[in-house]
Design a protein around this ligand. Structure first.
Ligand SMILES: [Zn+2]
Length: 206
């Protein structure tokens, strides 16, 4: 792509670093911004800078938050003994969207994936194990997507906490294998949380 302006080229190069956006789409976005009032671009760039600078991770569940402790963890009406283990904020948003879950979350920040070079130590697993061992948890619900990576991660965590006296369950799968949680519709996902099954049963059925 030949640019008549280095400024445009630079903006296009930056935007095309984003997933799913090629140079052509990036150019379209840049030209769109140029047609808009300048404030539009100011708001966009300020929002991005503020997001990156001020974002926090909840020190309890590791979810992305505006505060040291997220609103879910800070809510006394939630059941803090019921912990739903998820991959990232998109899963929290999807499950919250069902309105069926009154417990709290533990956000791992990814899944174990040897192919992508993600090992257990890069995920928030040890803090979950600590939480369980401290006796503050009555039930852990595994709600990772049912991919190979999700199953591996579930099983790794399960082995770490298998000797504790808590209930371990997994969300019932109205969701096809390989589907990501965020794409499940709210009714199906809500139902699969309510009708969760014992984790050990889910291992045997595999
Ligand atoms: Zn939290």
């Amino acid at each position: 792509m030949e640019f008549s302006s280095k400024l445009i080229e630079k903006a296009v190069n930056e935007i095309s670093q984003l997933p799913g956006i090629g140079k052509r789409s990036a150019l379209r976005l840049v030209l769109h911004l140029l047609k808009q009032p300048k404030e539009q671009t100011d708001f966009l760039s300020q929002a991005l800078v503020a997001m990156r600078t001020d974002i926090k991770y909840c020190k309890n569940c590791h979810n992305i938050s505006d505060h040291d402790v997220c609103e879910i963890c800070a809510n006394p009406k939630r059941n803090h003994e019921l912990v739903c283990v998820v991959e990232d904020i998109r899963d929290v948003m999807a499950i919250e969207g069902t309105g069926q879950f009154r417990g709290v979350y533990h956000v791992l920040g990814g899944k174990i994936s040897p192919i992508e070079g993600v090992g257990p130590s890069q995920l928030k697993i040890s803090s979950l194990v600590e939480k369980v061992k401290s006796g503050l948890v009555a039930e852990v619900i595994f709600a990772l997507s049912s991919t190979m990576e999700g199953d591996t991660t579930n099983f790794y965590i399960y082995k770490q906490i298998a000797d504790s006296n808590i209930i371990m369950s997994t969300i019932a799968r109205g969701i096809a294998v390989g589907d990501e949680l965020e794409y499940a519709d709210e009714v199906t996902l809500g139902r699969s949380i309510l009708h969760r099954i014992p984790f050990e049963k889910s291992i045997k059925s595999n």
